[in-house]
Design a protein around this ligand. Structure first.
Ligand code: SF4
Length: 198
């Protein structure tokens, strides 16, 4: 059994917060164990809760479109959410729920060891860029411990505000360049490395 498969078994048994009482299916996340790109959304919605898979439905279709802009398909990237169970009526996740669920996302990232973590929307932004606004930070990468952190709007935002569609597409198109820039920089000795992707 792979490390991720073992982890999924544990996550699907999780009762660490109240969402365990109302969920239909746990949505752990999915993708290859060696994915370079790790996308983190917010929480499962109705469709995801029915199928146990992240980013199904319209937001998922738009994410697939975004990936196609950089010649990727969803099976080549890792996709997860900040919390693994659907909040009732699609309400916002609550802080205790996010805190209870954090361990699972940490373990997924530990196993996959992605080169780039892309936060989608406010809740995953808050995890890595606390106190910052998505309007100001989207599309601006930062590097820490060799990992690129890159905030983007949630794909669902484009479904509600058509004017954001182009912005999200432009941010997605930056990803290949950021990855290759970091890979080139990693070949330079640390003492002469000066990486600034802001
Ligand atoms: S949301 Fe996370 S912490 Fe809460 S029951 Fe589901 S898996 Fe467990």
């Amino acid at each position: 059994m792979s490390a991720l498969t073992g982890l999924y078994k544990e996550i699907t048994r999780c009762q660490s917060c109240k969402l365990a009482e109302t969920r239909n299916k746990v949505v752990p996340g999915e993708g290859p164990e060696d994915a370079s790109l790790f996308f983190i959304g917010e929480a499962p919605g109705w469709n995801e809760d029915q199928q146990g898979r992240p980013f199904i439905g319209q937001a998922g279709a738009f994410l697939e479109h975004l990936l196609s802009l950089i010649n990727l398909t969803r099976d080549r990237v890792y996709i997860a959410n900040v919390i693994k169970c659907r909040p009732p009526e699609n309400r916002d996740p609550m802080l205790p729920e996010i805190q209870s669920c954090q361990k699972w996302l940490d373990l997924q990232i530990e196993i996959v060891k992605p080169k780039m973590i892309i936060t989608l929307g406010r809740y995953s932004l808050a995890r890595y860029f606390p106190g910052e606004s998505i309007g100001k930070t989207h599309g601006k990468a930062r590097v820490q411990d060799g990992v690129i952190y890159y905030p983007m709007y949630h794909p669902a935002a484009a479904l509600h505000q058509n004017k954001l569609r182009k912005t999200i597409e432009m941010d997605m198109l930056e990803i290949p360049g950021l990855l290759s820039q970091t890979e080139k920089t990693a070949e330079v000795p640390a003492e002469v490395r000066q990486l600034n992707l802001f």
